[in-house]
Design a binder for this molecule. Structure first.
Ligand SMILES: Nc1ncnc2c1ncn2[C@@H]1O[C@H](COP(=O)(O)OP(=O)(O)OP(=O)(O)O)[C@@H](O)[C@H]1O
Ligand SMILES: Cc1ncc(C[n+]2csc(CCOP(=O)(O)O)c2C)c(N)n1
Ligand SMILES: [Mg+2]
Ligand SMILES: [Mg+2]
Ligand SMILES: [Mg+2]
Length: 325
């Protein structure tokens, strides 16, 4: 199979989104924006960095590459519509494995009625999957990291650290118990919080950021973009029973900087907290208040981790690419 027959094999027979004018088959795709704002993002997964053949099946790789991107759309409060896939394919990935990768991606795309509308395929050394997503949001309603204000509550969806713990279970070849299965699944098949974020529509002001590197990093991004201090209460960080049982000495560190949980970290005024609670109830998602936003006290915005009455600066300790020298 060459590049062109491969593209024919992954080309959809029909499209779900009514705004699509031209999908796969021309030099580029065309869709109509109508009365809404268009949101777009791209995230990449590389073999040996984000996964290996030991940690994930080809279908998991596809699923997670799209999930990471949907998580960024959720963090903007937008409704997913389209995606494009750029593939670097090494010789050691078979046709069957590539089919599986697309099957994993399709599972999640079908859940959100998304259409594959383009991409690119080239040969190379390591498998690299780069997904570009496009979504819609009501005019002026995108949710920014810069929307945080002093007095806001800081909240996070779901639980933190599970993905890192799941990865450790795989590395350690742990025997499959219910806890191990749960954590490994959280690593391989994360759930982007798209429905919850869309349900926040009636909320007037809310800052959102998705957790890809760990809240130690993402809380700092909110603090910097908004020019505020963020205080996180250590004892309130939501960690699953599974991670606490299996990794009692690590779960706190992984909850702060394990990353790849694809939960949403946000801040909202006390007056609008009920709007967040309602969205959480209706989408069947747990949301936990983990701290508050304060006016910046120094020349730079800081995130503090508070344990009982003692506060320490929480540095950006998450995963960072291109660390050199
Ligand atoms: N190589 C690049 N060229 C242009 N813009 C970039 C590049 N890399 C990142 N960006 C932009 O920088 C901003 C932050 O990107 P970043 O990847 O850190 O966000 P993220 O996707 O939320 O995090 P993560 O990649 O950990 O999931 C985004 O606006 C992104 O589009
Ligand atoms: C085999 C293997 N080794 C290590 C990791 C951990 N890991 C890789 S990238 C990343 C941060 C997010 O990246 P990005 O900023 O690109 O979203 C993390 C926590 C993994 N998933 N698989
Ligand atoms: Mg990114
Ligand atoms: Mg993000
Ligand atoms: Mg991202």
């Amino acid at each position: 199979m060459d590049e062109f027959s491969f593209i024919r094999s992954i080309r959809p027979d029909s499209y779900k989104q009514s705004t699509l004018i031209r999908g796969i088959d021309d030099d580029a795709a065309v869709f109509r924006a109508m009365q809404e704002d268009v949101v777009t993002a791209v995230d990449t997964m590389v073999e040996g960095v984000h996964f290996s053949k030991e940690t994930m099946s080809p279908a998991d790789v596809g699923y997670r590459a799209l999930a990471a991107n949907l998580s960024d759309l959720a963090a903007m409060g937008s409704r997913p519509a389209f995606y494009l896939v750029s593939l670097v394919v090494p010789d050691h990935w078979s046709e069957k494995e590539l089919d599986e990768l697309y099957r994993g991606m399709n599972q999640l795309a079908d859940e959100y009625q998304m259409d594959l509308i383009g991409g690119d395929t080239v040969s190379g050394q390591d498998l690299c999957v780069s997904v570009t997503v496009v979504g819609y949001v009501g005019q002026g309603l995108a949710r920014y990291r810069s929307a945080s204000k002093p007095g806001d509550l800081v909240f996070v969806t779901g639980s933190l650290g599970d993905s890192r713990a799941g990865l450790q279970c795989i590395f350690d070849e742990r025997e499959e118990t219910e806890d191990v299965r749960y954590l490994v699944n959280r690593h391989r098949r994360p759930s982007p919080r798209v429905t919850f974020a869309e349900m926040l529509r009636s909320c007037e002001r809310i800052a959102l950021n998705d957790v890809s590197d760990g809240i130690a990093n993402e809380a700092n991004e909110i603090a910097e973009a908004s020019g505020v201090d963020v205080i996180i209460r250590q004892e309130r960080i939501p960690c699953s029973g599974a991670i606490q049982a299996l990794y009692p000495d690590q779960y706190l560190e992984w909850g702060l900087s394990g990353g790849e949980d694809f939960e949403l970290l946000g801040t909202v005024s006390k007056e609008e907290w009920s709007c967040v609670e309602k969205a959480a109830n209706e989408s069947g998602l747990k949301v936990t208040v983990i701290g508050k936003v304060e006016e910046r006290k120094k020349d730079h915005p800081y995130v503090y981790i508070q344990k009982e009455d003692k506060r320490n600066i929480l540095e950006k300790t998450g995963y960072t690419h291109m660390k050199r020298g």
